[in-house]
Design a protein around this ligand. Structure first.
Ligand SMILES: [Zn+2]
Length: 372
């Protein structure tokens, strides 16, 4: 691995990530590893002839002397539309190779597993991360086993299998699949967790770099779906690096959208009581049905320190958002479509920062073809 400054530390006990093995949690205390001491983003060091997000290699924990693991991720389009008369830019992460933003993380995470000599890796996912992980493992020559909740959508499962990964369906909530993957890891398999392992976050951070390069400044607000918090955390790291390198003067307001059926981030942010249902109800936004978000702390920090907000979106609002995007020619899966209602709620609350400079960006995190 290059760039020692990028190595993560345990968020609880500050132990550095081990130089040899590949634990998914801190072996000392069980804490979550987080990137630390991130270098500043340096526009002078962007390699314009490198593919996709590898043009930001100076900022990524990449293996020296090896070709990048690249399937076409990154450099996704930023297309304009309007929501209730407000001009909005849609960042089409849905057009990454496996159809979701997860590919940015998988490119870096799986390259890192390859560097550690991993030949078989397990992962758990509600669908998109599993499909992405399977694709990059296939490209890296790593055998993959993906644990998925039995209720995950059929299209995503077929996609995972199409990449040659083994699929294990686990009954029960999303967390049950994570427990099974963890049990396999305890028996010696490498757990390539996109949630716990911090390496993919660097890849997701490149989303912030692309936005600022395309717009010439930070957006005034970004609206995104919130589950475990990897998308928020990656963007938070990226805007932090842009701030440190003085490419921007302030981060955008972070506006997070959750499904009403499972809204623990909203609950923590708003101080709401137990009245908010947690995952007992069903939702079409299956990718963000996360009862115990691993990166909750960072999500709350990103929202509170930027004057943003957390919203919760009903099933009918999800459908309305999906229809609005669809009528504009943009195909989003329901998990992604929460951003429309999130945006509307932020407009109604008057916190879009109309006196701020910059544009409003919504992240289209996953393609509509992934769901029926
Ligand atoms: Zn620790």
């Amino acid at each position: 691995m290059a760039a020692m400054a990028l190595l993560p530390r345990c968020a609880e006990c500050a132990a550095p990530y081990p130089s040899q093995t590949n634990p998914f949690r801190c072996p000392q205390c069980g804490g979550v590893f987080e990137p630390e001491a991130l270098p500043a983003f340096d526009p002078e060091r962007v390699e314009d002839d490198a593919p996709g997000l590898w043009r930001y290699r100076h900022w990524l924990p990449s293996a020296e002397g090896r070709p990048p693991l690249w399937l076409g991720e990154g450099r996704t389009p930023l297309v304009p539309t309007t929501v209730d008369g407000l001009p909005v830019w849609c960042k089409l992460e849905s057009l990454n190779p496996s159809g979701s933003f997860k590919d940015r993380g998988s490119a870096i995470l799986v390259a890192w597993l390859r560097e550690r000599g991993v030949s078989h890796a397990v992962e758990d996912s509600s669908g998109n991360a599993g499909a992405s992980f399977a694709a990059y493992c296939a490209a890296a020559g790593i055998a993959a086993t993906i644990y998925v909740p039995a209720h995950a959508a059929g299209a995503k499962l077929a996609q995972i299998e199409s990449y040659g990964a083994s699929l294990v369906r686990v009954a029960g909530p999303r967390e049950a699949a994570a427990r099974e993957a963890g049990a396999a890891a305890a028996q010696g398999a490498a757990y390539g967790s996109h949630v716990y392992l911090p390496f993919g976050l660097y890849g997701i951070a490149t989303l912030a770099f692309e936005l600022v390069e395309a717009l010439g400044r930070a957006p005034r607000a970004i609206v995104l779906p919130a589950g475990h918090g990897t998308l928020t955390t990656g963007l938070w790291l990226g805007f932090g690096a842009l701030l440190a390198g003085q490419s921007i003067t302030r981060p955008p307001r972070f506006i997070l959208a959750q499904a009403e059926a499972c809204a623990p981030v909203y609950q923590a942010w708003s101080g709401a009581g137990e009245s908010i249902a947690l995952a007992n109800a069903a939702s079409r936004a299956e990718g963000i049905m996360i009862r115990e978000p691993v990166r909750l702390r960072t999500m709350l920090r990103a929202v509170s320190s930027t004057g943003g907000m957390v919203t919760r979106v009903s099933e009918s609002e999800i459908e309305a958002g999906r229809n609005l995007l669809g009528r504009a020619g943009i195909s989003a899966e329901p998990t992604s479509a929460v951003v429309v209602a999130g945006l509307r709620q932020a407009m109604a609350a008057g916190i879009l920062g109309s006196n701020d400079e910059g544009e409003v960006v919504v992240i289209i995190s996953g393609h509509g073809l992934k769901s029926s």
